[in-house]
Ligand binder design. Structure first.
Ligand SMILES: [Fe+2]
Ligand SMILES: [Fe+2]
Ligand SMILES: [Fe+2]
Length: 429
């Protein structure tokens, strides 16, 4: 039976937040922590429901714009590039209409309070993300947060009225005096479905809403490295077209498109030096690279309503003869949509331009696909279908990747901006 794709906004946001947290092991679970702290601050300050909901969404994805920065890996981004990654994050989130307000908050999530004290176009609640973020980066994982609060608050106090909203800082003193807050910080994910999170549970995205949200996130995934830029858009588009040719369409066609957009979400957990290594990967590196498929499965399968998206997307490295990964499944285990994503992934990978090489010419690409079908790696019927309309497929891929490249241009331009809040930071130092 064909079920239309429907997912709760909060479930998707929390899953994407966990995916973002794969990038910076130096500050483990940072987005989930900041979401928890900001939500508690908003409650304490008695903010209206709408503000609390938008604040939670923005907090859970606030550093999306830092993913293209190499420094994100070491957590250095939290000390540098404050303005540029805020701009880039706003551009990314702004591509999804439902996240327009969250994008505005992300744009200003490091704005110092001394910038007009809330009267300069910076939304007053954006300052709560800043404060929550600055508390979280000081907390060492595995140690009791309550024992770390006094020293952390002492440092934050130095930024009162310059970096931080004074009433928010007062609210944070109240929170840090509360044992429940410290306990919540030990397992923040368990508390994301209370308060604003509970209110957001009522908001269900339809298939087009899920596509828009997933397209934004595919931009984040691909922005990690110029090596993979626009790859997900190419896979999604070619999978969609191949599915249509194979007679697989309707509501499930939309779920398949989402699977294409998100199939490599687990790559956010692969260290950049492996992702971009010019030579062959050694065994250990290869094992870490391959783990991205499991990460994709973990993240996607954690979203209620995403069973098909998870199965179809995360199995893209499985092969018909059982030689693929991560599970070594065989043809009988692989549903048609998963085979479609696998073909679309191989086709896009060989046909697309990469910074270190051009795309494979059509004749060579056709030969690779033919070989993979002959060796029972890829589904032979799907490969034949693709080969029978190769140029049409290649045009669709190119156009989709060009559209994504345009969006990357906007993200890169945002990252290139000079910081504009250096004066305030200096005055607080
Ligand atoms: Fe940030
Ligand atoms: Fe942050
Ligand atoms: Fe992959």
């Amino acid at each position: 039976m064909q079920q239309p794709l429907q997912v709760r906004l909060i479930d998707l946001t929390v899953a994407f937040s966990r995916a973002l947290d794969l990038v910076s092991p130096a500050v483990a679970a940072h987005h989930v922590h900041v979401g928890f702290i900001a939500a508690r601050l908003a409650e304490r300050l008695g903010l209206p429901d709408r503000d609390r909901c938008e604040l939670l969404l923005a907090s859970l994805m606030h550093d999306a714009g830092a993913v293209p920065l190499k420094a994100a890996l070491e957590g250095l981004v939290f000390e540098q590039d404050m303005d540029s990654h805020s701009r880039a994050g706003a551009v990314m989130l702004g591509t999804c209409p439902r996240l327009a307000e969250a994008a505005r908050l992300v744009r200003h999530h490091h704005a110092p309070w001394c910038h007009g004290r809330g009267e300069d176009g910076v939304p007053a609640i954006a300052h709560l993300i800043h404060l929550a973020d600055r508390l979280d980066v000081q907390l060492r994982r595995g140690e009791d947060p309550a024992r770390q609060f006094p020293r952390a608050m002492e440092r934050l106090e130095r930024g009162r009225s310059i970096l931080f909203r004074p009433d928010a800082l007062d609210a944070l003193y109240d929170l840090t005096a509360d044992r429940d807050f410290a306990a919540g910080l030990r397992a923040p994910e368990c508390h994301l479905h209370t308060g604003a999170g509970r209110r957001l549970e009522g908001e269900v995205l339809d298939a087009d809403g899920v596509i828009s949200f997933s397209a934004l996130f595919s931009l984040v995934i691909d922005s990690r490295s110029p090596f993979t830029a626009t790859h997900s858009s190419g896979v999604a588009e070619t999978a969609r077209l191949l599915a249509r040719w194979a007679g697989f369409d309707g509501p499930q066609g939309k779920a398949l498109y989402v699977a294409g957009l998100l199939h490599d979400i687990g790559k956010l957990g692969v260290p950049l030096d492996i992702l971009e290594k010019p030579g062959r990967l050694d065994d250990l590196e290869m094992a870490r690279m391959r783990r991205h498929a499991e990460h994709s499965m973990d993240i996607l399968a954690s979203v209620p309503g995403f069973t098909q998206v998870a199965t179809w997307g995360a199995l893209h490295h499985e092969r018909m003869d059982g030689s693929g990964y991560p599970y070594g499944l065989v043809a009988d285990d692989l549903p048609l949509p998963a085979r479609i994503v696998a073909v679309a992934d191989v086709f896009t990978a060989i046909a697309e331009d990469r910074p270190y090489r051009g795309g494979m010419p059509p004749e060579a690409a056709r030969a690779v696909l033919r070989d993979q079908a002959r060796d029972n790696k890829l589904d032979g019927e799907l490969v034949d279908l693709l080969l029978s309309r190769y140029e049409e497929m290649d045009d669709a891929r190119r156009q989709a990747q060009e559209r994504a490249r345009h969006e990357f241009g906007l993200v890169r331009a945002a990252l290139a901006h000079e910081p504009d809040d250096a004066a305030c930071r200096e005055s607080a130092a």
